[in-house]
Design a protein around this ligand. Structure first.
Ligand code: ZN
Length: 262
């Protein structure tokens, strides 16, 4: 079943929130290519981002280098330049200005806020971000709309590693557990004797044991050997003593014979 657009976004945001702790306000780092594409499709970036990410806590931002790049492109990027100039400027300290791509790479490397999103039509810039900042979401305009990209393979592998790490018992925890066991004498039986470690479960030797032949006594009748079964009655020592006492007063044999008749 195809996920609805909103379900898809919620799931992605949840992923970044849970595993990489991204937090509002979201700072959307926008370059000239994204602004240019938005203009082509008459997309109001700010409004659509708020609706798409389902929050008003969004700060569209850019850098002076990105603005300078659109200025240098002249007439073709004039509209994109006007859009970028409305946004909050992130300090990058590039004098003279460098390309927006290099500038954004620098900004993303330096960032430690966990609030950035990258919005660019440049595949190489998005790939750079997915490789160096797998904890941050990337977005682009496709099909006349702003779309978040799925997390990179690197992002997924980091999440998997973190899950494994969380499941591991650290050396310190292991020592603490050992100490608690010793203090509570969990490794000893009632007499204070250390418990034997259980051997690794293997094949049950009894399951391989040959079946015992029933105890048979042989008796020679007219030269022929005839097998005769005997039945052994097991009795506890306590019961034996009790029976001895009974036999002193009456014949136990008679008692059983009477029981059989009635
Ligand atoms: Zn810069």
């Amino acid at each position: 079943m195809k996920l609805s657009r909103h379900k898809f976004v919620r799931r992605l945001l949840n992923y970044y929130r849970t595993h990489f702790h991204i937090d509002v306000p979201f700072i959307i780092l926008i370059d000239g290519t994204f602004a240019f594409e938005a203009l082509q499709w008459k997309i109001q970036i700010d409004e659509q981002l708020k609706a798409y990410l389902e929050t008003d806590q969004i700060k569209c931002s850019t850098t002076l280098c990105a603005i300078r790049e659109t200025e240098l492109l002249g007439k073709i990027a004039f509209g994109a330049m006007l859009i970028l100039k409305q946004y909050e400027i992130i300090r990058c300290d590039h004098h003279p200005a460098i390309s927006a791509e290099k500038c954004f790479q620098h900004v993303l490397r330096k960032d430690s806020t966990k609030q950035y999103f990258l919005a660019s039509q440049s595949l190489s810039l998005r790939e750079y971000s997915r490789e160096h900042r797998p904890d941050l979401p990337t977005m682009l305009i496709t099909h006349n709309a702003i779309n978040l990209e799925r997390p990179s393979l690197l992002s997924h592998s980091i999440v998997d590693e973190n899950k494994k790490e969380r499941l591991k018992v650290s050396k310190h925890e292991s020592n603490v557990l050992k100490k608690i066991k010793e203090e509570l004498h969990l490794d000893e039986d009632k007499n204070g004797i250390p418990k034997k470690k259980k051997k690794k479960a293997g094949v049950n030797p009894l399951s391989n044991k040959k079946k015992k032949k029933k105890s048979l006594k042989t008796q020679s009748v007219n030269g022929k050997r005839k097998r005769r079964r005997t039945r052994q009655i097991r009795m506890s020592s306590h019961l034996k003593e009790h029976l001895k006492e009974l036999q002193k007063t009456f014949s136990i044999k008679d008692f059983f014979q009477q029981k059989t008749f009635f």
